[in-house]
Design a protein around this ligand. Sequence first.
Ligand SMILES: Cc1cc2nc3c(=O)[nH]c(=O)nc-3n(C[C@H](O)[C@H](O)[C@H](O)COP(=O)(O)OP(=O)(O)OC[C@H]3O[C@@H](n4cnc5c(N)ncnc54)[C@H](O)[C@@H]3O)c2cc1C
Length: 451
Amino acid sequence: MNEFDLAVIGGGSAGIAAALRASEMKAKVCLIEKNRLGGGHVWHRDLMIRSILKEDPALLKETVKDAGVYKEITGRAKGVSSLHSNQLEKQIKTNGVNFLKGTGFVINKTEVGIQTETGQESIRAKAIILAPGSLTRFPQEIPFDNKFIFAVEDALKMEDLPPSLLIVGANSLACLMARFFNELGCRVFLNDGLPHIGEGLDPDLVSAIEKSMKIQKVKLLFGKRIVSIFKDDEQINISLEGGVKFPVHRILFAENHQPDIQDLQVLDLDLRLGENNEIMVDDHMQTSTQGIFAAGSVMGRTPDFCRSRLEGNVAAENALGKLNTINNNEIPYVFESLPEIASVGCFAGQAHHFGFRAVEGTWESYFEQGGEDSNRINELIKIVADKTSKKVIGAQLICEGAPELISHISMAMNKQMKISDLLPVTYTWSPSMQGLGYAIRACHQKLRKGS
Ligand SMILES: Cc1cc2nc3c(=O)[nH]c(=O)nc-3n(C[C@H](O)[C@H](O)[C@H](O)COP(=O)(O)OP(=O)(O)OC[C@H]3O[C@@H](n4cnc5c(N)ncnc54)[C@H](O)[C@@H]3O)c2cc1C
């Protein structure tokens, strides 16, 4: 039987990060994936939709006029995924990770079984990481049928483009889908029982996201739960709390995820699970069974690519004998809207909850978007430091390139940098980069004045 230092079950964002980190640490590692490598980020249309939105606006406009173009778009989306998945496979193999295609299950603390197309095999491993991801969980009252009512991960399984679509959710996934289908020419309603999109974000970011959705003419229906769904021959009639009623052609669910643990056969093990079967771990990502770790959305929170990757890294390090913990404050969060929105750490209004005294430097700009329905788009960059230590404790960005910029600020936080450490950075010509430079300067001046 093959022996490894580490076996990772699940080849999504978390599993790939874990396997790569383990191989960097010179461990003998194997990664088991039942479908194609990449998981939700690649195959649940997240990455490919993003790339179509960015690279093919002309194609999107064509869809409005020609129904056949929708099929072309979904076909092209699959192509992007295949390409990316093949690249991932190449990358992990180049890094010395053993890739096993099949469904992994846990036999015991040191043995993993793999069901392949041709039969069953097993391997021995000193430690195991469970990273099988999650799938949409429908509330019981929602008559999910994969025909008129879809899970977000199956969005592109809709055979044709519906004239109208209700997307349920208040997170980044819901917004990405709202943008995508709206651009395809679909009338989009975005609904959730929560009062706003992007719960927990800086209020300035929340209002920017909502503004951008309204500019795109997405109908926002927040703070109202669905009371009833009634399907007739043509349409689905929706009733929300407060007496709001409207018909749509399809519904897409983008909230409530549940761990995908059915194939793992962990129910026989002594693993502590939550009420929706989410795998519980300690601060070191270890489950209640010693030697078995978990990472990614299998732990039951809203799927988040950056968090999954970080958890994969930390789980691998701990499985191989380190004792690291996740620093939640350093995980960048990217929200899908136009202009791009990203944040990390805390915002000024909440810093006191973490024992900081916030000093904020901001930069703001307005520019005119061309075209008939020109709109004023507000760009806003905020950087937050602690008055006592002068260290960077957070940033909130509404600007082009926000997802890229936020990673740098996260790194500055990880390195415990002070605002003054960022002053000598050479900021390139990009307006966002320069805006960040101005915000850093403003923050530094306030710190010097002691305000
Ligand atoms: C439409 C959409 C938009 C999104 N937008 C964003 C966004 O804007 N920002 C963001 O941060 N995140 C976003 N996400 C979420 C992001 O893609 C996920 O958070 C991330 O992929 C979760 O990673 P994971 O590794 O935990 O799970 P997954 O990516 O689900 O990977 C799990 C893998 O394990 C495999 N597997 C399961 N069981 C077994 C088994 N028994 N044996 C072998 N393999 C198994 C699965 O096939 C899968 O490949 C989006 C997701 C979707 C669907």
